[in-house]
Design a protein around this ligand. Sequence first.
Ligand SMILES: Cc1cc2nc3c(=O)[nH]c(=O)nc-3n(C[C@H](O)[C@H](O)[C@H](O)COP(=O)(O)OP(=O)(O)OC[C@H]3O[C@@H](n4cnc5c(N)ncnc54)[C@H](O)[C@@H]3O)c2cc1C
Ligand code: SF4
Ligand code: SF4
Length: 410
Amino acid sequence: MTGPRPASASLARVMQGDLCAGCGACAALAPGKVRMAMVPPGYLRPVQDAPLAAAEEAAIARTCPGLGQGVAAAGRTEAVLWGPYVSMQTGWATDPDLRFAGASGGGLSALLVHLLQAGRVDAVIQIAADPDQPIGNVTVVSTDAAGVRAAAGSRYAPSAPLDGLPARVADGRRYAVVGKPCDAAALRAMRDADPALAAAVPVILSFFCAGVPSQAGGRAVLAALDADPARVTAFRYRGMGWPGRATARLDDGSDRSMTYHDSWGKILSRHVQHRCKICADGTGVAADLVCADAWESDAEGYPRFEEVPGVSLIVARTALGAELLEAARAAGAIKTAPFDVADLAAIQPGQRDRRRALWARLAALRLAGRPVPHYTGLQIAAAARQNPVGRNIRNFIGTLRRTFRPRPAR
Ligand SMILES: Cc1cc2nc3c(=O)[nH]c(=O)nc-3n(C[C@H](O)[C@H](O)[C@H](O)COP(=O)(O)OP(=O)(O)OC[C@H]3O[C@@H](n4cnc5c(N)ncnc54)[C@H](O)[C@@H]3O)c2cc1C
Ligand code: SF4
Ligand code: SF4
């Protein structure tokens, strides 16, 4: 956090523990007093400009995913590593253009287009490339298929889709919101406390999330592509194929690109924020529907192919999500195929290993006196029991060592 020491006890705790996920919920809950700003090395963080009312402080305390997050199975099928769900299958957009543009099979985009065309929502709040700074993100409102298509693809950069949300949805329209799992958790908490918001945002979509890199990560990708940021007119991190190449378009119309393995594996993953390394929910337990990569992967989680037609894993987390997916399938917007949950750990090794390591990492941080998020119902101990003892010890010592290592100057 920049500026003077924050007066908010909640925000102070988040900043002390470097626990901010950058969702923007605190700015939404205290408009005019808290705003989101880009801070070095390129993360979105809250800046507090004025003291908070007690009600605003309490709302942030019960919403902020940096402070905590919980889930209840409530009768749904529950998998230790993957959380509660109603159904799990694979699928892809039947529109070949949307399937190609999407990060994986265009599953999220196909669902969004269906929601709009079936009149289930009037508009979608989602993330797209910032036209003024193509490695960055902006929050956009899409009302038709062309808008959703323009925002398709994963963007491995900070996003705060909840910033300004209550004002944005106060126009009487019904919205679907797409966000990271932490955004989805904060939004569900906001909806639980605000019936008007729940009515305005009936649908929450999310995706599996390994973590958000800082904008320094995006800049490093440009540097590796030898692409002068001043000459970049468009940039995509993924999409246009599966997995799709990170591609910078220059002002002379030429493209420079690198593989997903090089962009995510060698650069972006090294710029991920601290909160993501101790994330108990990278799989969107608070959303209605969640998509992910359903690829056959190597031990590190990279696809075993160069480029093939995309396939999304589609997890319905709620009865509403299952019903929406079935309606999209019946309307011909999406095709689905069966998927066995037993195969998920092998295709998502990063998510699997982070879940299993979490108990040890949190224990090390607690021992070091560092604040950690308060997680409930997320099966952290059960996941740790799947970790061999030696590995738990290595995870514990590794975190402890990193905690006491001097932080690089920013
Ligand atoms: C930071 C990040 C980490 C990820 N980690 C994993 C992972 O560990 N495992 C895995 O299987 N998949 C991961 N994904 C998701 C994966 O890349 C695909 O998004 C997912 O498979 C859905 O693909 P799709 O074709 O169905 O989505 P698309 O049809 O391409 O739709 C993508 C949607 O995500 C939204 N979006 C894109 N970037 C952001 C962002 N930064 N913040 C909020 N919304 C955004 C877009 O607006 C769009 O609505 C990650 C994505 C991101 C952005
Ligand atoms: S995690 Fe979200 S709510 Fe919490 S401080 Fe960061 S931006 Fe605000
Ligand atoms: S890893 Fe977790 S905390 Fe980090 S951006 Fe993804 S969902 Fe949010």
